[in-house]
Design a protein around this ligand. Sequence first.
Ligand SMILES: C[S@@+](CC[C@H](N)C(=O)[O-])C[C@H]1O[C@@H](n2cnc3c(N)ncnc32)[C@H](O)[C@@H]1O
Length: 220
Amino acid sequence: MADSARHPSFWDAAYRRGDHREHWESLDVEGEISAAFGAGAPGEGLLAPGREVLDVGCGAGSGALALAARGLRVIAVDGSAVALELGRRRARRRGLAVDWRAGSALGLPVADRSVDLVVDRGCLHVIARRQRRRYAKEVARVLRPGGSLVVWAARCDDEELGLLGLGAHEANRLFGPRGFGRALAAPAVLSARAGSLAANLLVLARADEARRTRRSPSPR
Ligand SMILES: C[S@@+](CC[C@H](N)C(=O)[O-])C[C@H]1O[C@@H](n2cnc3c(N)ncnc32)[C@H](O)[C@@H]1O
């Protein structure tokens, strides 16, 4: 994949074949969540009870379901209707409530300033670089002031896997102008049955309104 996004039909076909179970679903969802949100992690403390979380590119829902099982209120968005149906079935089997929504990360079906936390495991790294500013604009729109974005993304481009890596430099360029503080970055490993992927865990906090107002120059 050059710098071009894949159509939802590509993902629908992949989920119908069951590729997710082999190639990208986590072998250790709880371990990844603990590494991202546990003591000493860049995202420490972000999973406080009662938080409203948006999982962008939720796929068949393994991450969304793990967050719902922790008592968070989860909205899960994906462009693939097939993936969402798999997620719904899993949620029914486990008796968990997740608000599944079909839609694009570049035009999120989510109200302005309605979530405290956005998580993205493996969606941004399949979005073309030329489209990432739209993604950043959408995340900034739906996050409440003071909210945070947590992204797991490939560290490097991988033509064969169709991945476009993301590091702190690009994250700061995308999100800095939209009122986010500097990205906290930590190396991470995304493990799937087919193998492990060297990734970055990026955490970006959106400044709250009061701090932004204090920083902006006062009109004379
Ligand atoms: C590598 S999978 C990761 C899925 C899930 N987060 C996980 O960890 O299992 C990438 C997901 O992003 C979704 N996706 C890709 N581009 C998207 C877009 N522009 N808007 C919404 N979803 C998108 C795909 O349908 C796919 O489910």
